[in-house]
Write a protein that binds this ligand. Structure first.
Ligand code: 0WD
Ligand code: CA
Length: 383
């Protein structure tokens, strides 16, 4: 392969030299001090209704209601046939909802200095993306099974990052077993058992589960020199009116197989808690409520995990993941992207590609199937 490797933490590249061609994912390269990660600030939110329509408000935000018993016996299979409307996951929405939110809330973004000065960056942020895409970057140094494709376009000085489904992921999606399809429902059903529509009411386990519905927070933060704006789906909030302001009052709901052997416990810490930690740490969601279920989809216990305590929890685990490796890799990837994607053009996509046990590489595409931003002459796309 031509070109050199982008060296993390190496001497900084002079601005005139050509960008490097690849980025290494090896963990030991990222074992250094934790990078600066500013406390994420919620700058807005939006809702998607039962028909996946966008609303610039919090109508889909739900309220957590603690289960009556520590062993609640929730039946997660209930309603799978008959009271379930599943989002069409063949439809790729790319960044469309975030772009709509930005159009409706531009004024909240332009910070005083960018609005007044001649900053080359119109939005005042370097990176716009989904939280889920950043989660994939954080977990990459520890991922051994699934690769990813991330499309990147520079427009108005800001880099937009949108995932492209890999061939392997498409095959997996098209060949899911009936059992797997049903198990994907269980997580949503658990939310229905524990979340109410307002602070005064109770959950309604007899209602319909509709996975088109979503409440998404939009947060701003900074990872080292990278100013980030991203959105992530939030399951519910603390119903106490005295709870802290968002995102500190948000709660992430999860389900997992009950842990009955040391092997299961170790796998849970090494693999599942990594994904849970990365996903909630990014937007500053402080708590996860986990429902542990048996093989028949019955929740046998409920436990709360505080994100700030997870790194302590895993410290005694051998061969475990390190938060600093996750954050340093993500930071280095964003620097790599910035050095590569210099052309400011909504029609140009740099497609970054990674497969387990390989380096990150990229290819360049103009006016291709990968384009995901509206052209200036094409306002219809997001209006
Ligand atoms: O363009 C894309 N490739 C995707 C866009 C893939 C996945 C989601 N989305 C959009 C959807 O609009 C969704 O509402 O992003 C939103 C969620 O974004 P996120 O928070 O950045 O995604 P992530 O952190 O991966 O998932 C958060 C939750 C999931 O909760 P669990 O506990 O399972 O991690 O969002 C839900 C799911 O409840 N979710 C989805 N909902 C609808 N369609 C999808 C999906 N494809 N993926 C995850
Ligand atoms: Ca969840």
């Amino acid at each position: 392969r031509p070109g050199q490797n982008h060296h993390p933490a190496g001497p900084s590249t002079p601005p005139s030299s050509p960008p490097t061609q690849s980025l290494s994912v090896q963990r030991q390269l990222y074992e250094r001090d934790f990078p600066l990660y500013k406390q994420p600030v919620e700058v807005g939110h939006f809702s998607l209704d039962s028909e996946r329509r966008f609303f610039n408000d919090a109508r889909q935000l739900r309220y957590y209601v603690e289960p009556e018993k520590s062993c609640p016996n929730f039946d997660l299979r209930d309603g799978y046939r008959g009271r379930f409307v599943k989002r069409d996951d063949r439809v790729k929405e790319k960044l469309d909802h975030i772009l709509r939110w930005i159009l409706a809330n531009r004024s909240k973004l332009q910070s005083k200095d960018t609005a007044a000065s001649s900053s080359p960056c119109a939005l005042g942020v370097d990176i716009v993306t989904w939280r889920g895409h950043l989660t994939k970057l954080l977990t990459t140094p520890y991922e051994t099974r699934e690769g990813w494709l991330l499309a990147v376009t520079r427009m108005g000085g800001t880099l937009y990052i949108s995932e492209v489904e890999t061939e392997a992921a498409r095959r997996d999606r098209e060949n899911r077993t009936e059992r797997h399809e049903e198990m994907m429902y269980w997580g949503y059903k658990f939310e229905q058992y524990t979340c109410a529509d307002d602070a005064q009411s109770l959950p309604d386990p007899g209602g319909v589960v509709n996975t088109n519905e979503a409440f998404c927070t939009v947060v701003q933060t900074r990872l080292a020199e990278h100013r980030l704006l991203f959105s992530g789906e939030v399951d519910c909030r603390d119903k106490d009116p005295k709870a802290p302001s968002p995102p500190a009052n948000y709660i992430e709901m999860k389900t997992s197989l009950e842990i009955s052997t040391p092997k299961q416990r170790s796998n849970f810490y090494r693999f599942k808690l990594l994904k849970w930690w990365a996903q909630s740490f990014l937007p500053g969601v402080p708590r996860i409520v986990a429902g542990f279920r048996d093989h028949d989809g019955v929740v046998v216990s409920v436990e709360t995990y505080h994100i700030s305590k997870i790194s302590q929890l895993i410290k005694n685990e051998t061969n475990c993941w390190k938060p600093t490796v996750c954050m340093n890799f993500c930071c280095e990837f964003l620097s790599f992207v910035k050095s590569v994607v210099t052309e400011d053009n909504p029609r140009v996509v740099h497609l970054f590609s990674w497969d387990p046990h390989r380096d990150v590489t990229y290819s360049i595409h103009s006016d291709s199937q990968y384009s995901f931003l509206p052209d200036c002459s094409d306002h219809a796309v997001v209006s």
